[in-house]
Design a protein around this ligand. Structure first.
Ligand code: FAD
Length: 376
């Protein structure tokens, strides 16, 4: 067993770091302040192949493998996890359409998503307890050789800027557990995006509700098989959990490095605060947490790349790394004292971004059921 990136994976990680330093470091604080969608950066990401790392060459992807994709997400997150989250969201849409879409859907959407010509959104969540249940549930009623969609998807990333929505609806109200996937063009009459939510972190990655007011879609818009959409949701969200773990490790690593730099510079009682043992403990624990988190992260990514079951490992990552990430941010904030608490320093933004990352696609404690069920 060798826990090391291959030469090619290492090169991709390095090129993502170089990209992040050149394009993300100069704008990360501004994105956090303005919340503007970084259109020009998405185009650059596409030019550098970062939107197609996870897909094979026949899809127009870079065929770099899932480990490289995760290495790139971590590297981008070290500078700006809002942008990494946009990349992950784009990847979820292209992954689902590539794996479950018809030839026509693939042709229409996958290459343009990889090239950054269009933006994708992956919409599962509804305001009710689970998709398919509640007054807002997205329903798909068969009509005129297609379906009519009615209902609301809530908290959708990239909503408003997306050109295509991968959504999940119930086709049979008597069977609300059976979801069906649909690929819906943003221009479809009746599709309306609500106001952008004013969120705590991950600014620059917009979140809004999407309302479907009798949106007619053709039969060909169905993703995979009718009533089998939950399989698409489960697999795609499990992959997304690993990418969210990579975001956490990236954010945590930046926080540790920044706090260590601060501890070297900040002098109290005639000594750098980093010479005090209590401060060293906070830094040492945070660095150790990042190291162990990275091992678990790349182990899960390697399982995906090897075609092995990975769902339990993805759930453990989501649950464990979310807690670890929050602890790292609390501890590094403590190391930086009042100075680090200032909005002119990166820790407040990293803190907000960790909170958002913990909630993406499911709260961090939701996967606990998957983990518990895996114990023999
Ligand atoms: C920044 C951001 C981006 C998002 N992007 C997307 C997206 O692109 N697409 C999408 O589909 N969704 C997206 N979401 C929605 C996200 O999936 C939901 O917010 C998430 O699933 C949590 O649901 P909730 O907010 O209703 O929390 P709640 O269900 O209200 O949970 C609140 C708390 O109660 C706990 N809880 C709830 N039910 C139970 C239970 N039965 N037993 C024990 N504890 C429970 C939860 O674990 C949590 O701690 C996004 C959310 C955020 C914050």
């Amino acid at each position: 067993m060798k826990f090391e990136l291959t030469e090619e994976q290492g090169l991709i990680q390095q090129s993502a770091r170089d990209f992040a330093k050149e394009f993300l470091d100069p704008v990360a604080a501004d994105l956090d302040r303005t919340g503007e969608f970084p259109t020009a950066i998405v185009k650059e990401l596409a030019k550098h192949d970062f939107l197609g790392l996870h897909l094979p060459a026949d899809a127009g992807g870079a065929a770099a493998g899932f480990v490289s994709y995760i290495a790139a997400i971590e590297a981008l997150s070290r500078s700006c996890s809002a942008v990494a989250s946009i990349v992950n969201n784009q990847a979820m849409s292209s992954y689902a359409i590539y794996h479950w879409g018809s030839a026509d859907l693939k042709k229409k959407y996958v290459a343009p998503l990889i090239k950054g010509e269009i933006i994708g959104a992956f919409a599962v969540y509804e305001h009710g307890p689970t998709p398919g249940i509640g007054p807002d549930a997205l329903t798909a009623t068969k009509q005129d050789g297609g379906y009519v969609l009615k209902g609301t998807k809530a908290y959708v990333r990239n909503a408003g800027v997306a050109n295509v929505y991968v959504v999940f609806a119930i086709t049979d109200p008597a069977d609300p557990k059976a979801l069906t996937g649909f690929v819906v063009d943003a221009t479809a009459p009746g599709l309306k995006v609500g106001p952008k939510h004013s969120t705590m972190g991950l600014k620059g990655c917009p979140v809004a509700d999407v309302v479907f007011e009798n949106v007619a879609v053709p039969e060909g818009a169905v993703l995979g098989t009718v009533k089998k959409g939950r399989e698409i949701v489960t697999r795609t969200l499990a992959l997304a959990s690993i990418a969210e773990g990579a975001q956490t490790v990236g954010i945590g690593q930046t926080a540790v490095e920044h706090a260590a730099g601060h501890a070297r510079e900040r002098v109290q009682f005639g000594k750098p605060v980093g010479t005090f043992q209590a401060v060293q403990t906070l830094l040492a624990e945070s660095k150790t947490d990042c190291y162990l988190a990275r091992l678990a992260l790349f182990n899960a990514a390697q399982l995906v790349e090897d075609g092995k079951p990975f769902e339990t490992e993805a759930a453990m990552l989501k649950s464990f790394l979310a807690r670890l990430g929050s602890k790292i941010l609390l501890d590094t904030c403590q190391v930086e004292g009042g100075m680090g608490y200032s909005e002119t320093m990166p820790i407040p933004r990293l803190f907000r971004d960790i909170a958002g990352t913990n909630l993406l696609d499911a709260p961090a404690d939701f996967p606990d059921g998957v983990i518990a069920a895996s114990i023999n």
